[in-house]
Design a protein around this ligand. Structure first.
Ligand SMILES: *Cc1c(COP(=O)(O)O)cnc(C)c1O
Length: 234
């Protein structure tokens, strides 16, 4: 049933349907791919309406913006994921106010976060961001560094290493999208074979979630397909 008067509701049902269909098409267990709603640049009111549609997990990129929304939405039980680049001098606010960090890319930052994670909270869930596109993107760890950094992170009491996150160069070509995600999956499997107990592959966005699900994504990070085009480039 299409209710064009409520685009957010329509968008959520379309994205949920895309995920279900991709799970089925690529022989993934039903319900094994979690939808993370990427709400950067959208107001707290949009997140509240998403929460009314049973969305609990939100991804934010900009700390100040995220903290403001968290205050406004403090009456809701939400799960907050920080997915943007994180400067060391802002680590404390992430350690204190988030459940997940997807963009961990250096051990120094991990050590700070672990120290700053409040005692009363469960360890901060972290993914290492891996850079498989080489020089095209500056953020993320090169695959050769993953085992070394993962070893350091795994020993930190305030963090729980959950897996990998990737943000490959955008492509309109399904096979190309899939190749990039396959490279991430290979890194993930190498870490598992090295003895790390991981359960999370955070990859896939509005334009390439099917390819990510095909290659084992367990969290897809979806922004524009849910909330619409962002009005300014961020
Ligand atoms: C903005 C963003 C997304 C969502 O991108 P869409 O194309 O709007 O779905 C996902 N991951 C990260 C890290 C982002 O910054």
């Amino acid at each position: 049933m299409v209710t064009s008067s409520n685009p957010l509701e329509e968008n959520f049902s379309l994205v949920r349907q895309r995920i279900r269909e991709a799970e089925q098409r690529f022989s993934r267990e039903p319900g094994s791919v979690e939808l993370l709603a990427v709400s950067k640049t959208f107001p707290a009111e949009a997140l509240r309406r998403a929460a009314e549609l049973d969305q609990r997990s939100f991804g934010e990129n900009y700390l100040q913006e995220a903290l403001e929304k968290q205050q406004v939405l403090a009456d809701l039980a939400l799960c907050w994921h920080f997915i943007g680049p994180l400067q060391s001098n802002k680590s404390r606010a992430v350690a204190e106010n988030f459940d997940w960090l997807h963009s961990l890319d250096r051990l120094k930052l991990a050590q700070r976060l672990s120290k700053q994670r409040p005692e009363g909270l469960t360890p901060l869930n972290v993914c290492l961001q891996v850079n498989i596109s080489g020089e095209e993107s500056k953020s993320g760890l090169v695959p050769d560094k993953l085992i070394e950094v993962a070893s350091g992170v795994a020993s930190l009491p305030g963090l729980k290493l959950r897996g990998l996150m990737a943000l490959p160069a955008p492509s309109d070509d399904f096979n190309e999208q899939r190749r990039a995600f396959a490279a991430v999956r290979k890194c993930y499997e190498d870490l598992c074979h090295a003895g790390f107990e991981l359960d999370t592959l955070s990859m896939g966005m509005s334009g390439d979630l099917e390819a990510a699900v095909a290659e084992g994504a367990t969290i897809v990070r979806i922004g524009s397909a849910l909330f619409g085009q962002r009005s300014y480039k961020k």
